[in-house]
Design a protein. Sequence first.
Length: 481
Amino acid sequence: MSLTAASYNALSGLNMASLTSRLISDNIANSMTPGYGVRTLGLTSDHNGSGVKVQSITRFVDPVLLANRREADALLASTSTMTRFYARIEDIIGLPDDESSLSARMTRFQADLLEAASRPDSGIRLDQAAHSAGELVDVINEAATAVQDLRNDAEKDIAAQVVRMNDLLAGIDELNTSISKTMISGKSAAPLVDQRQNMIDELAKIVPVKEVERENGQISLYSAGGAILLDIEPAEIGFTQVNLVTQYATLDNGQLYGLTLNGRDISVDPDRSALRGGSLMAAFEVRDVTGVEMQARLDGMARDLVERFEDPALDATRAPGDPGLFTDSGSAFNPADELGLAQRLALNAAVDPDQGGESWRLRDGLGAAAPGEIGNADLIQDLMGAMEGARTAPTSVGTGSYSATGLADYVTSLISTERARAESDNSFAAIRQTEMSALLDADGVDTDAELASLMLVEQVYAANAQVMQTIDSMLQTLMEI
């Protein structure tokens, strides 16, 4: 081998070692960077058969592991949304054994009526019974208001996610173009691919996606439900946000809106939508399904409470059409107007000292103009009988017959069960997401292997440097002859 050829081989080896060391350093430095794909050099012999040259810089990410991790991300985003909904409602309704729970307040009201019946002459006991009734109303009002707040939050969340989804699709499309141009020019597009992967990862939490490779590094995206999100150009997701989601507003009655895909309406049924599976459809589920069902459940329980004490035979002092102990915003309840009753539920002002009423009317009648016989507990006992009587539960609440406390216990336990189920689903999703992330990370940058490779590169560099020194020495010797 001539000195020129040897020099060329050694110089190309030095260049290769330098590039490889920089690449290894980048791999190690980015070992914890989300979306970073480990890089390797593709080497080949030079065209004249001597020396080496870099053919390509290859970015590696296991597509199967990546797809599984994205699927787990979407599931976790969905279950987290549902868990937050049920946790918020349970925080207000309480656990069955909580002192401030719905069932506990119903039981306390019944107990305070019993105390008042034992001493109907005691203003303190009558005041306490009225106060307990007011606290019972408060927890139902608060829970119903929370449901509407959560539905409004879901509406805002849907709008924000749609905006972000459109931005991500546009950004991925732009990166597609940049990656294609970079690869056609013969340069490495790995940093751009990293950026695109991160954007797809974020998109996949909103809507689960399937990534399909195209030529020159480009990709197409499809939802798990089959919708084309990105092919020749990005899809446009449309949504019309309303300013306020009231208890009367639903998708079915046209007061709320669904989604459009490139101008065409698509289903937002959480189980059937082409965009199902991620945080976007979970927000629709809160707004249109679980939120509406929870509202109906609370309205049904409020109706049961109102109707128990609105029986005309219960209190002879009430005029026909007057409200009972529990009212619809101070008025008698209209059975055709159950929707939203839980928010409108109010204690009759006639017995509420906080509203200028007198608690002795629990003993003497809501329509009584003056106190009656202070030792007469008949009406209070009748009120207790109204609570203890078994009534068929409203269809929005469940099936079977319950006393007032039994129905409150049932609703409290039902919400607690639903929260526990949602939390269990979320825990499973979190474990799966952690496992999938760990598998993907393990398939990424192996710092031990990279350091071992770096040591070999150092040896290669030293060997080629020694060759160059030897050639230089030989040339010096020749020059001295």
